[in-house]
Design a protein around this ligand. Structure first.
Ligand code: NAD
Length: 416
């Protein structure tokens, strides 16, 4: 059997599996294969050297039966419409699994942010926002950060949107800096959820986070914070990596120091008292918990058989192909799927939106307490379906997410 190689191929195959298990109405299945709206924009900006450049961007709104569209914006040279469509579809299932009142969307701009100045990134973000103006908004579609976008990017989106409306609209975007309406705990929320899910999975295997060996692929927002939170709970972080390569230490790395090193040098590689390793090696290390937190398509048919972790908790979206899923399941590896494992990011985004709409500001303690309750509930909901259906956790999460969305579609009907 060939491998499902593209992110959209993976997303459609996952939907097919869920549809089959749910005995889904063929009309609803067909509807869910397609995004409700895809917008492609050409973003023209003046670069620092006065050259005029045109970047292609998009916003894909997959489904809003359960609430306004919600999803991150990615800046990356390999962004394609198909990839963003897959990511939008995963957002729909994720919001349903987390049981928050949102649909799914995603945005992307094909650019290389590492080669752009702050001023160029600001111009790109503001122009992109102006082109999306009629399609986003607090009750329509609420963007958030994703790969190579951050709180500053979200502040530019908020400001551009607000300038056009004529008044401040903090609830039009989440993941903002705290000083302009961001939520306490949002920056590290996704990672906190990855760690909570890893802890819950570990309990089922009779393991503890304290003393567990952990390898993390990707050292950005999700990977870096996951390593720090797990380390602070007593886990031993034996390896981490970024786009330039990985580092390994059997004695364990201090991720706070690795973060300082990456801030100074631009990469985790060459960290003192560690050995440089290739990204592929990191995935195949013997460890208790493996956390892919970079990009899609990392655990495939080619390497699934070599994965030695007891738990794989997906910080990234779509890191494992359906073919690899089967291999991991056969090897009795406890996989916590992306639409559950990284759903804490959108959950705290939802908290941020609620705080903005009510003009309140919750304490970090309050945010983390509510988050813990919601993630443990989502984990248990998925675990119960997995037991009932005798399935792996991915299939169970898809059954739950796709099932909740299709129920909403049925109730709303087709009009106009
Ligand atoms: P980020 O831009 O902060 O970090 C990405 C990291 O991945 C960087 O360290 C980069 O060097 C590394 N990377 C890139 N290519 C790599 C490769 N081939 N091998 C190893 N490392 C590589 O992005 P992020 O926000 O941390 O997002 C990471 C993943 O988590 C993405 O799949 C994203 O969709 C997902 N996610 C993010 C959030 C969020 O709140 N930021 C929420 C849910 C899911």
């Amino acid at each position: 059997m060939g491998e499902t190689e593209t992110a959209l191929g993976v997303a459609l195959e996952q939907l097919r599996i869920a549809a089959e298990k749910l005995n889904l109405d063929p009309g609803i299945h067909e509807m869910l294969k397609h995004p409700k709206r895809s917008l492609i924009v050409s973003i023209t900006i003046q670069m620092d050297d006065d050259d005029v450049c045109v970047f292609t961007g998009c916003r894909v709104q997959h489904n809003d039966a359960r609430g306004p569209f919600k999803g991150g914006i990615r800046y990356h040279p390999n962004v394609t419409l198909d990839e963003v469509t897959a990511l939008a579809m995963w957002m729909t299932w994720k919001c349903a699994v987390a049981n928050i009142p949102y649909g799914g969307a995603k945005g992307g701009v094909c650019c290389n942010p590492k080669e752009m100045s702050k001023c160029e990134l600001e111009m790109l973000t503001r122009r992109y926002t102006s082109l999306l103006l009629d399609f986003i908004g607090p009750y329509r579609d609420v963007p958030a950060p994703d790969v190579y976008t951050d709180a500053q990017t979200m502040a530019w989106i908020m400001d551009t949107y607000s300038q056009f409306r004529g008044y401040s609209v903090p609830e039009c975007v989440t993941g903002k800096p705290i000083s302009v309406g961001g939520s306490e705990g949002r920056a590290e929320a996704t990672s906190r959820g990855v760690v909570i899910c890893s802890r819950e999975a570990a309990e089922h295997l009779g393991l503890k986070m304290k003393g567990a060996t952990v390898a993390v692929q990707g050292y950005g927002n999700v990977g870096g914070n996951t390593a720090k939170i797990a380390y602070d709970l007593g886990s031993k972080i034996i390896a981490v990596s970024d786009s330039r390569g990985g580092i390994y230490s059997q004695d364990g790395l201090n991720p706070h120091k690795v973060y300082e090193h990456k801030s100074k040098t631009g990469s985790v590689i060459d960290f003192p008292e560690s050995k440089n390793i290739a990204n592929e090696e990191l995935l195949e290390l013997k460890c208790d918990i493996l956390i892919p937190a970079a990009l899609e398509n990392q655990i495939t048919k080619a390497n699934a058989d070599k994965i030695k972790a007891k738990i794989v908790a997906e910080g990234a979206n779509g890191p494992t192909t359906p073919e690899a899923d089967k291999v991991l399941h056969e090897k009795d590896i406890f996989l916590v799927p992306d639409i559950l494992a990284n759903s804490a990011g959108v959950t705290v985004s939802y908290f941020e939106w609620v705080q903005n709409l009510t003009r309140e500001h919750w304490t970090l303690e309050e945010v983390n307490r509510k988050l813990e309750d919601r993630i443990v509930k989502a984990f248990n909901d998925v675990y119960k379906v997995a037991k009932k259906e005798e399935s792996d956790m991915r299939t169970a999460a898809l059954i739950l997410g796709v099932g909740r969305v299709s129920e909403a579609i049925k109730i709303l009907g087709l009009w106009p």
